[in-house]
Write a protein that binds this ligand. Structure first.
Ligand code: FEO
Length: 430
């Protein structure tokens, strides 16, 4: 039997040691370097599938003093590998004066204790909330400098760093760091994406097709990880707007310098998508036990194929929630198709809807249909989920049928779908 590596929780060090992955270094701009590691084969936050992996990025600025931002998230924790890596840019780990923690999520911080063994004097620069978490997570209470919106850190050689507190993008302690000399925004989780990053690490080195890949990965990342905090993302974008940003260096994904406005406006769109009006797309989410609902779904798909609109079809529980969430985030319209199960909704669809509610995918135009055997019940549970999460989806009248759908039922489904398409098109028109 093949040996299977099972990674039970989000431990990057564990993954790196088991998979032998390596960090690499890229020059960003004057005296500034990116350390990047691509990782896959685990669930992000122990929850989310990442079919195309993710990069974990950190950054080093060499002024008269050296600072590292967002840590060594891809380091395996072994002293030799760190010495070898930093040798490339002529940095000794023990000479790093400052460690800037933009937020404390362990994908960027869980190597901290290993680094402290090599460099016990490093000064940690972080928000006040991060300082509390530092104690809780790593029992660290010393060598901490608290940053705030007015704080400036001078590394020498012109590299002056300013900070902006952006709570809840993604953790409550989140902040971003800005180098006034190179005009680089180290944006933490803002403007990031899933997806491994290849040789070409900047937007201006990528084709439109490659950029489209990162756009899809950015929606997946945004909707899965920070979608719930869209209001805070909006505040962060507004707060950073006055900065003369020339480079965006996020904690995950590609760096932006050719067109920084593109990723800023993409993120602004994702913020808006949370409220309901997204792309001219429809996502159909369905589940079926013995094929009765499935037959009606096949009919629905045929109807949708005859309409001039992009459609994403996902079966539950076969499709992971992260994929469905990204798809719904992009879609103004949602169709739900499920049977009743033990006087309630088909459970897999109920779970997915709960997740959509938790991530605050609000305000969709929607329609539901499905089969029942003993009695109805799906609608009651749907209403409860919508109410509990204040989702505010606007539904057309549902079509429920006992057993198999009859011709009249299929005609009604067709009629409602065409109505939904019309509504989605009308509302998404520029
Ligand atoms: Fe990459 Fe919120 O962490």
């Amino acid at each position: 039997m093949d040996e299977t590596v099972i990674i039970l929780y989000y431990d990057i060090k564990n993954i790196f040691m088991k998979e032998g992955m390596k960090m690499n270094i890229t020059k960003v701009t004057d005296d500034t370097y990116q350390l990047l590691a691509n990782v896959r084969g685990f669930l992000f936050e122990g929850l989310w599938e990442i079919p195309n992996g993710v990069s974990i990025n950190s950054y080093i600025i060499k002024g008269e003093k050296t600072a590292i931002i967002d840590g060594f998230g891809g380091w395996d924790g072994a002293a030799e590998s760190l010495y070898d890596l930093l040798d490339e840019i002529d940095v000794k780990p023990e000479s790093i004066e400052y460690l800037i923690i933009n937020h404390m999520e362990p994908d960027h911080s869980q190597w901290l204790e290993d680094f402290n063994k090599i460099n016990p004097n490093v000064k940690i620069v972080c928000s006040k909330t991060s300082a509390d978490l530092l104690e809780a997570f790593y029992n660290q209470t010393e060598n901490i400098i608290i940053a705030n919106d007015d704080f400036e850190l001078d590394l020498g050689n012109g590299h002056k760093l300013s900070f902006a507190m952006v709570p809840n993008v993604h953790w409550p302690d989140s902040m971003v760091t800005f180098d006034l000399l190179t005009k680089t925004l180290f944006s933490c989780d803002a403007f990031g994406s899933f997806g491994e990053v290849g040789e070409n690490k900047f937007d201006d080195m990528l084709s439109e097709e490659e950029l489209a890949f990162y756009e899809a990965e950015a929606v997946r990342y945004y909707s899965n990880i920070i979608g719930s905090f869209s209001m805070f993302v909006k505040r962060a974008i507004d707060k950073c707007a006055p900065l003369p940003i020339e480079i965006i260096a996020p904690g995950h994904g590609i760096m932006w310098r050719g067109n920084v406005d593109r990723i800023i406006s993409d993120y602004s769109r994702y913020v808006e998508y949370q409220k309901g009006i997204a792309k001219e797309e429809i996502t159909l989410i369905w589940g079926s036990m013995y094929g009765m609902t499935e037959k009606a779904v096949n009919h629905a798909v045929k109807v949708l194929e005859g309409e001039d609109i992009k459609v994403n079809v996902h079966r539950v529980p076969d499709t992971d929630d992260g994929t469905i969430l990204a798809s719904v985030w992009n879609s103004t319209g949602v169709i739900l198709a499920m049977p009743t199960y033990e006087y309630k909704m088909f459970p897999a669809l109920a779970c997915t809807l709960e997740e959509l509610g938790r991530k605050k995918a609000h305000g969709r135009k929607a329609f539901r249909f499905g089969s029942y055997g003993w009695s109805g019940g799906a609608q009651k549970q749907l209403d409860e989920i919508m109410e509990n999460h204040k989702m505010n989806w606007e539904f057309l009248e549902p079509v429920e049928f006992k057993g198999n759908a009859k011709e009249d039922d299929l005609n009604l489904i067709e009629q409602r779908i065409k109505e939904l398409v019309k509504e989605v098109k009308a509302i998404t028109k520029p």
